[in-house]
Design a protein around this ligand. Structure first.
Ligand code: NAX
Ligand code: ADP
Ligand code: K
Length: 494
């Protein structure tokens, strides 16, 4: 089970929790704001060295947090100022301004003058706002990003959509974001993830009645436990036999990579099914550990799990895949060009691993709507969930901040980096997930553990590494899975 505090709240879930805590339970709103600001002030203190702290404040309660941060720091003897960017002030913000002024905190209207280096605190907009940004925040974000000094965002960097991670305009580029009670999907989904910096979850006593945990981070603690629970297997047959339907003339490499990654992820045996004699010869030359056999009506009958798609570029090599999708009872990972053969929901255990362009093609074909890769990227959670609905599969939507969807459930991967952006890296991922399925994990568990492990393996490589290096790094990650990850939020209590 994912730890409760690793679940993610959407904008409406956060607002409902605020309302419940304040209205139903009677916790005064200023008490929550004080606790929120105290956590942010501590983080600003840790980031400042001997720099002053400047809070850029919007019109709502996010702005109220900013003024309270300036007041708390001022009380600790830190040179801290607040800058009000809007004419309009919410009642909580007005209350904070009045209190801060009584205590001698300097509060100005408009952006700070000059180029003095300072910690810039983004208290412009929080979870009450929805992008695209309007003025004066478009200009304020550009000013802040160009100003020298560390950047701290309160709750969410201004400009990021808290629910989707989309950034339809300029975005505050934070080094650190302090978010309240639960993190938000937008801090971990591309492109929001890059703008959030280090994410700190501050528990400030807001409680929710909503016990659903449909959206969560893929928790490295859970992944490590899942991996530790895998049986080593006393002989190779017990660790699962993976069959790979892949490799066309001229592109045998993708099948080799999927196979190599499956072996590194603990598959006992890997057999590649292809009818092309030239491909068969090339496969064996590439990786002698692999086995090769003709495809036939039922590919690799001895295999417990299939990977379908790596390198199947020739149309003739995709004949019969539609029936395989629908009828083959074995758990299977479907990838690359094989995804074009999916015409209906499959009742069988399936994991599909599209990148955004493949996801768009599949969604267009299956929904009759017009999807492009850009539309997928504009709301990755929606795209992943829609694909899960129309295919019946566990969906791995690849890319920075990979998503895993099963029905309405969504897992967000924290691991992975630019070294993974290399030809064949996706083939390795398919092989890892298949190996984990073969070792007895459910499609959800295999997909979530698979993307996390693949991401960590990629992080251990330098940019310029090739896909076979990823496959080879996977064994080391599985041998000693770590329960922490630098991009998994740090939790503070306030
Ligand atoms: N008492 C509470 O409920 C607590 C609230 N907290 C803070 O309050 C925040 C939420 O506060 P609010 O609900 O007041 O909302 P925000 O402060 O996030 O922003 C709402 C304001 O932004 C404006 N706005 C919305 N979309 C915009 C856009 N695209 N461009 C420009 N302006 C836009 C709206 O007109 C509105 O005035 C949280 O993110 C958190 O920082 C914390 O203090 C914790 C306790
Ligand atoms: N910048 C990045 N950060 C994190 N992961 C990435 C990044 N770029 C690519 N990846 C990952 O690398 C893999 C690439 O897969 P794919 O697009 O299918 O490429 P290929 O077809 O070359 O194998 C996916 O798992 C994807 O999530
Ligand atoms: K903010």
């Amino acid at each position: 089970m994912t730890r409760a505090w690793a679940t993610l709240w959407t904008r409406s879930q956060a607002a409902a929790a605020d309302r419940h805590t304040i209205v139903d339970l009677g916790t005064p709103s200023p008490v929550l704001m004080e606790r929120a600001a105290l956590c942010c002030a501590r983080e600003a203190l840790a980031m400042r060295g001997d720099l002053p702290v400047w809070a850029l404040c919007g019109p709502g309660n996010n702005g109220g947090d900013g003024v309270a941060v300036a007041r708390i720091l001022h009380g600790w003897g830190v040179p801290a100022r607040a800058f009000l960017l809007s004419e309009r002030l919410s009642p909580e913000l007005a209350q904070q301004v009045a209190l801060a002024e009584k205590l001698g905190v300097r509060i100005d209207r408009g952006l700070p003058p000059g180029q003095e280096e300072a910690v810039i605190v983004d208290a412009m907009l929080g979870t009450g706002a929805a992008p695209p940004l309007r003025q004066p925040f478009v200009a304020a974000v550009a000013w802040a990003n160009a100003h020298p000094g560390p950047k701290l965002a309160i709750d969410i960097p201004t400009g990021i959509d808290a629910d989707t991670g989309a950034a339809p305009g300029p975005v505050f580029a934070a080094d650190r974001t302090v978010t309240f009670v639960r993190s938000k999907p937008g801090l971990h989904v591309t492109p929001g993830r890059a703008a959030a910096g280090e994410v700190v979850v501050a528990d400030i006593g807001i409680v929710s009645q909503d016990m659903s945990n449909e959206t969560c981070l893929i928790d490295p603690v859970e992944v490590a436990r899942t991996i530790a629970g895998l049986r080593p297997g006393s002989h190779k047959g017990e660790r699962g036999h993976v069959g790979i339907v892949g490799g066309s003339a001229g592109t045998p490499g993708a099948a080799v990579l999927a196979g190599a990654a499956a072996l590194r992820a603990g598959a006992g045996l890997v057999t590649i099914a292809t009818d092309d004699r030239e491909v068969q010869a090339q496969l064996l030359a590439h990786r002698p550990e692999l086995m090769v056999q003709p495809r036939g009506a039922e590919p690799v009958p001895a295999a417990k799990v299939l990977v379908v798609g790596p390198g199947l570029v020739r149309e003739a090599d995709r004949a019969g895949l539609a029936a395989l999708w629908l009828e083959d009872r074995r758990p299977a990972v479907w990838d690359a060009s094989a995804l074009a053969e999916i015409a209906v929901r499959s009742p069988m255990p399936r994991v599909i691993t599209p990148h955004p362009a493949e996801a768009a093609r599949l969604l267009s074909a299956r929904t009759g709507e017009s999807w492009t890769a850009a539309r997928v990227q504009a709301d990755r959670p929606l795209a992943a969930r829609s694909l899960a609905t129309v295919t019946g599969a566990v969906v791995v939507l690849k890319g920075e901040g990979t998503l895993v969807a099963e029905g309405a459930r969504l897992g967000v991967c924290v691991s992975g980096g630019p070294a993974l952006a290399t030809a064949g890296s996706g083939d390795c991922l398919a092989g890892v997930i298949a190996a984990l399925l073969g070792r007895g994990l459910s499609p959800w568990a295999a997909a979530t553990a698979g993307v996390h492990v693949h991401g960590v393996a990629g992080e251990r490589l330098v940019v310029g590494a090739v896909a076979l290096d990823i496959a080879d790094a996977i064994a080391a990650v599985l041998a000693a899975p770590e329960e922490t990850h630098p991009r998994f939020p740090r939790r503070v209590l306030g």
